[in-house]
Each structure stands twice: as C-alpha cells, then as structure tokens.
Design a protein around this ligand. Structure first.
Ligand SMILES: [Zn+2]
Length: 414
C-alpha cells in the first residue's frame, strides 16, 4: 500500500482510464508542464475530455474542418502579419525553430518562398542523431535553402542530465524538450528578431489553447499554453533539470555556466525585444501527412529506411535515437504507446478510421525499441538490468499488473 500511495502522488493519474470515443487517446495523456518544476513527486495535469467522451485534441481538430474556421480570412491575416514584420534590409525577420523534420521544413519553406520572409532557422541539437535525421537536417538547409544555427550543448552535461532525467523521472527526452522550449526565444532576443514562428499548434495535441488564439506575447503570460517566466524568481534549490535541483549539480562540481544553456531566456529581454510567438498552424490548415509530402517535395525530406519502433509510421520524429525511449517510457508511465499517438492524429485528420487505429495500436504499442537500445544504455551509462528495474519501478498499479513474468495493462483499448 505504501508503494501505491507513492505512485499516486508521483503521477496524479486519473483513477478511471477512458479512451476518447473519436480517436483512441486515453485520458492519461499528460499536458505540457513547466519542466523546471518537474521532480519525482510532481503531479501532472491531463488531457480534457468533454461530456461526450471526446478529447480536446479531437475538438480542436474538428474546428479545422467543420467550417468553424474561415481559412481564407486566416490566409489574409498571415499576409498582413508578414507585411508587418518583413524586413527589406537583409536582416532576419522571423525565427523558425526545428530539426529539419517535416513540420519545420514546411513552416520555413512556406514563409520564405510563399510569403517572401527571411527566416533564421535555429536548431537545438538532438542527443544522438540518427543517420536519416542528420541527412534530413542537411537537406533542409542545402535543398530547402535556409540559414541555420545549430546549437549543441556540452555533450557531457547533456548526458548527465539525460541520465538523471531517466533515473528520477523516467523521462530521458526532457533535456531535449527544455531546449526546444527555450532555444528559439534566446536566439530571437540575441538577433533582435521580434517574431517566432512555430509550426503545429499545441492545441492539436490536446493543449488547452483556443482555436482563435493567433499569438502569444509577453502580456499573455498567464495563459496556460504559453509561459515566459518559467523560473518565477525561484532559487537554485527549486529549479530542476532532469529531476535534480540546480544546487545539487553545483554541489557535484558542475559549473553553473555549463547549465545555462538549459535556462530560459530572461523575461525582461524577451519583453524588451517585443517578441511575438505565432503558430503557422493557426493560419494554415495543418495536415501532418501533407506536411510530409510538402517537405519531401521542397526540402528533399526522406522517410526512415525502416518502420519506427513501437509504431507503424516512418516519418514522425525520426531524427534522434533517444526518441524511441521517450515514447517507450511514456507507454510505461501513462499506458499508451507511440502507435496510439500516431493513429490518433491520423484518425482526427480522416486518414484512417478508428477501427484501423485500434488495430494498429494493439499491434505496435509497447513494442520494445530494440534497435537503439545498446546506444541508449551506453549514452546514459547504465546496464540492461538497471534499465528494466528502473522501468518497472515506474509502472503505476492503476495501469499495470504482473501476470507471471509478463506485465500487462489493466485497461484495454476498445
Ligand atoms: Zn480524441
């Protein structure tokens, strides 16, 4: 019982698992949170379901197709926005963050070649590039034709935080996510560029964002979907990286200067820069599969040579070998796998039916990502036994039971 209550405290999972009646996402999908407050006992918030049992991501997506949104008006809004920010003196007028995946390829290409903008693309490096990920990154720049800054934080520190994030949070991708959330903002401030364009709207994944929210500015800081003051005057005991406080790192001899790449931009500088954050997905009807075809055609984007572990797709999140373990650990902690995520998105966009999605999830969710296992263990410097013991310690008894030697989920997708 003691163990159970610790786990309850750790996750705050919904006590009754439900699956969305339109897609196949369960209500155990956590919503985005402040990573700097993420320590072992942190309670998550989860995706919301309405009275009809439909998830907020499905409702967000419906509005893209049912006439709620006038896409012609939004196209005009985008032209006006670009007219307002476009620079003619050769300097950059917007920042487009990305890795050269399908979404960042499409966003940068549209802005530069259809709207005559001059984007600076910026990349927070993956932990462990895959071969296809590196080729796609290069193609983005060389075939697509963009200026780019690739930033790779100190590899020793990145490994250390990744190891801690795996051991304390079972979340080895957290150091990458921190960079994704903060790096573009810092680059915008450094180059005095007041406009940052992200691709897909976070509402597509179930974040609590209105379909009518075009932008975020420092003044909309209170909004759930956008934050600037991640650190809110916290001291170093209260700021966590990989579930370990910054003071602990300092006590272990890590220099604060080596941790600074993981700190967010200074809010005052962001405000002084008049930075605005826009999602291209607000202005353009974002269809993930079309983004893939677009990136292939214009930026030479390639699919992975093999099917991605734990799912059926070949073109989503394929640039980092750590990615497989991000999805696998999500499956352990929240009980849904990578195929569920891919299929849910495709169901929402009418690419497959719910029945097909259920079959795909049942077939591929939870498949162990064998292909990069050795690389991953080496990277975070733990043994195979330690890996499995740690994974099992994060299984919540609400979700998992052991049947002989095998773990099985208590809730089955229907
Ligand atoms: Zn749904």
């Amino acid at each position: 019982m003691i163990q159970h209550s610790i786990l309850e405290q750790r996750y705050n999972l919904p006590s009754d698992v439900q699956f969305c009646t339109k897609c196949i996402m369960p209500n155990t999908r956590p919503s985005s949170s402040n990573e700097y407050e993420h320590y072992t006992a942190k309670k998550h918030k989860y995706i919301e379901f309405d009275k009809k049992g439909v998830c907020s991501a499905c409702r967000f997506c419906e509005a893209k197709f049912d006439g709620t949104i006038n896409w012609d008006t939004r196209e005009k809004e985008l032209r006006e926005l670009c007219n307002k920010f476009r620079k003619t003196d050769g300097s950059y007028d917007c920042v487009v963050p990305g890795s050269g995946g399908k979404d960042s390829c499409m966003a940068a290409y549209i802005l530069k070649y259809e709207y005559d903008m001059h984007p600076l693309t910026v990349t927070w490096s993956p932990h462990l590039y895959t071969d296809v990920g590196w080729r796609n990154f290069q193609s983005w720049i060389h075939t697509g034709g963009f200026d780019n800054f690739l930033f790779t934080p100190n590899g020793k520190i990145h490994r250390l935080i990744t190891r801690n994030a795996f051991l304390s949070l079972l979340h080895p991708f957290q150091p990458f996510i921190i960079g994704q959330k903060t790096f573009a903002v810092k680059m915008a401030v450094r180059f005095n560029i007041p406009l940052i364009f992200y691709g897909e709207n976070p509402g597509e994944a179930g974040a609590n964002v209105s379909i009518n929210q075009a932008k975020f500015t420092p003044e909309t800081n209170e909004n759930e979907g956008f934050r600037l003051d991640f650190l809110q005057g916290k001291n170093l005991d209260e700021i966590y990286l990989g579930g370990t406080s910054v003071s602990e790192y300092l006590e272990q001899g890590v220099k604060k200067s080596d941790l600074l790449p993981y700190f967010p931009a200074n809010p005052e500088e962001v405000i002084k820069n008049n930075t605005e954050f826009h999602y291209l997905g607000y202005y353009k009807n974002w269809h993930p599969q079309e983004a893939f075809y677009y990136a292939q055609q214009h930026c030479g984007f390639e699919v992975a040579p093999d099917r991605t572990a734990s799912t059926y797709s070949k073109y989503n999140s394929i640039d980092d070998r750590t990615d497989d373990f991000f999805y696998y650990t999500t499956y352990i902690k929240f009980g849904y796998g990578r195929a569920t995520q891919d299929a849910s998105q495709e169901i929402r966009h009418g690419d497959i039916t719910r029945e097909e999605g259920v079959a795909l999830a049942k077939k591929f969710d939870g498949e162990f990502p064998e292909r990069y296992f050795k690389d991953f263990l080496e990277y975070i410097d733990i043994s195979e036994e330690e890996f499995h013991a740690k994974v099992d310690s994060f299984r919540d008894p609400h979700l998992w039971e052991k049947d002989g030697n095998k773990w099985k989920l208590l809730y089955q997708l229907q």
